[in-house]
Design a protein around this ligand. Structure first.
Ligand SMILES: [Zn+2]
Ligand SMILES: [Zn+2]
Length: 177
């Protein structure tokens, strides 16, 4: 189990989370005007190893030498110049952040990402994440790689409950009579 803290001031920015694989559908957009559910299950996070956050440039803006340096030999629609390693979490697992209103993006019915993060650390104001909830996009909170630190969540109820604990602490489903 891990939690993420602000790289600027150390404030906690997430609940404790378990790492899972990133869905192959993570960057897919769907429909027009359609509200998609959250990409991530609550209590989990996933990491995108490839850069894909802003700034993004179109293929014709990129010098062939640069694409070769990046290991890309066939045209792609856009190439990201963002730092690799963005973490995605369920929006409800975020703690201690505030919206940066002028960065809400030009989206039609929710928040998007215009140029950089649209959420800031509540304690120090460092831009730390991008909340995405516009139509056609998965609801998600993308943590900015350079602005957060991942820490092991030691001693924070990290281990899952045993069956015996679950039997006493968990809420069972009543048997129908
Ligand atoms: Zn901070
Ligand atoms: Zn929309």
């Amino acid at each position: 189990m891990f939690l993420f803290v602000c790289a600027g001031c150390g404030s906690e920015l997430t609940a404790t989370l378990s790492r899972v694989a990133l869905s192959v559908h993570a960057h897919q957009r769907f429909g027009n005007g359609l509200q998609l559910p959250a990409l991530m299950e609550s209590g989990t996070f996933a990491v995108e190893p490839e850069p894909w956050r802003p700034p993004r440039r179109r293929w014709h803006e990129i010098h062939p030498d640069e694409s070769v340096t990046r290991g890309i030999y066939a045209p792609v629609e856009v190439l990201s110049g963002g730092t690799p390693g963005a973490t995605v979490i369920a929006p409800g697992d975020t703690r201690g952040t505030v919206l940066i209103p002028e960065k809400r993006g030009g989206a039609c019915c929710g928040l998007a990402e215009a140029n950089g993060p649209n959420m800031a650390c509540e304690a120090c104001g460092l831009p730390v994440a991008s909340r995405i909830d516009d139509c056609s996009s998965w609801q998600a909170m993308w943590l900015t790689p350079d602005a957060v630190c991942r820490l092991p969540a030691a001693g924070r109820d990290a281990a899952p409950l045993t069956w015996a604990e679950l039997m006493t602490r968990g809420n069972g489903t009543p048997r129908s009579s």
